[in-house]
Design a binder for this molecule. Structure first.
Ligand code: NAP
Length: 342
């Protein structure tokens, strides 16, 4: 859908320097929108622009950057002035459990409210918020999880990251209701697929660690996977499909185990076969090892868990058509090899 570079076409993307944010920006440019992205620092702006422009169809179109941090008020009003839409992807997503959970929860929840207040003040038409299945699958519900399910932020499965995403999404819905702001929420599964540039982020970091031989064995961990190109497309659809207003959408496909991911890597990248783990860790051993391994600690509470989701609503309402999950794994690996990161 081509649009003019006027007010109707300006989309502000928070966290444009992130793995997902870059792809969202690229697809918006490809669709003819003007994009203004927020960064915490301008230091990498040129490299981020080059990475976004390298994506298919994103070489043309107006792209600019402004600075804003989720933990401070400065910059947000300027970021959204004149924007027709806001896509809020920024949120901390570390590869370890932080010492203090507020390091995640504060920027996620208070930052989201900052973003929504500024979006309301700028009279944007709609905000699309990137939440996660982290806000869906870790409460009283059972697999296959749907948009009706909510993570219990006080429950035993809620890690600080899951809590941060749940509390941020809850706060967003409350704000939208109280302030008549049009909101749509995208809840991706684990996002894999090609990186743009050379930063991997936490999710592709898993594929990178596997290919670098950092894991001697595999935990029995399953997670619904989505390709970053399909996740980005869902954000663009959520921006414009009228029926998306007031709705949340699970954006993920099949739940893959680490063993499934390793099987794809072994098959398509045999040169890495020796680096890839061969054995599945028994859960009791993985639970024990989690005391020493920050990555395992992140997932220790959900070993062996049925993580399946339903993506029927996104397909039906948004017309979303994801590619096979194995393609996301393969594309991650290919881009890591091309960037010299494995
Ligand atoms: P990422 O590459 O680490 O990107 C995170 C983004 O958030 C970066 O742009 C970062 O900005 C920004 N950010 C973090 N703290 C901030 C703060 N205090 N102020 C301003 N910006 C801040 O991670 P990602 O995978 O692209 O994640 C993007 C979004 O998708 C997040 O909301 C995440 O929760 C969600 N999500 C990710 C996955 C996944 O598997 N990757 C799955 C479901 C949902 P800087 O560039 O300045 O560091």
């Amino acid at each position: 859908m081509a649009m003019n570079n006027d007010r109707a076409g300006l989309v502000a993307v928070t966290g444009i320097g992130g793995f997902l944010g870059r792809h969202v920006a690229a697809q918006l440019l490809k669709a003819g929108y003007e994009v203004r992205g927020t960064l915490r620092s301008m230091k990498k702006a040129d490299a981020i622009e080059a990475a976004i422009r390298s994506a298919d169809g994103a070489a043309q179109g107006k792209l600019s950057f402004v600075t804003a941090d989720l933990t401070a008020d400065a910059g947000w009003d300027a970021a959204f002035t004149g924007a027709a839409y806001v896509v809020h992807t920024a949120s901390p997503f570390p590869s370890h459990v932080p010492k203090n959970e507020d390091d995640l929860i504060r920027p996620a929840r208070e930052g989201t409210l900052r973003v929504l207040r500024a979006a309301k003040a700028a009279s944007v038409r709609r905000v699309v918020l990137t939440s996660s299945i982290a806000a869906i699958s870790y409460g009283p519900g059972r697999a296959p999880f749907s948009e009706k399910d909510w993570t219990d932020p006080d429950g035993p499965l809620a890690t600080p990251y899951y809590k941060s995403k749940t509390l941020a999404e809850r706060a967003a819905w409350d704000f939208a209701l109280e302030n008549s702001l049009e909101l749509a929420v995208v809840n991706p599964g684990m996002i894999l697929g090609p990186i743009l540039g050379t930063e991997t982020g936490t999710s592709v970091g898993l594929v990178q660690n596997l290919m670098k031989g950092r894991y001697p064995a595999m935990p029995d961990f399953r997670v619904p996977v989505v390709d970053v190109r399909d996740a980005a497309e869902a954000h663009v659809l959520a921006l414009t499909v009228p029926q998306a207003a007031g709705e949340r959408f699970i954006i993920a496909g099949e739940a893959l185990s680490i063993e499934d991911i390793v099987t794809v890597l072994k098959r398509d990248f045999p040169a890495y076969g020796k680096k890839l783990p061969r054995f599945v860790l028994p859960n009791w051993l993985a639970g024990l090892a989690a005391y020493f391994d920050p990555g395992l600690k992140l997932i220790a509470g959900e070993l062996g868990r049925d993580a399946r989701i339903s993506n029927e609503k996104a397909k039906r309402v948004l017309g979303w058509k994801p590619r096979p999950e194995a393609e996301a794994v393969r594309a991650s690996a290919e881009s890591l090899i091309a960037a010299g990161l494995v």
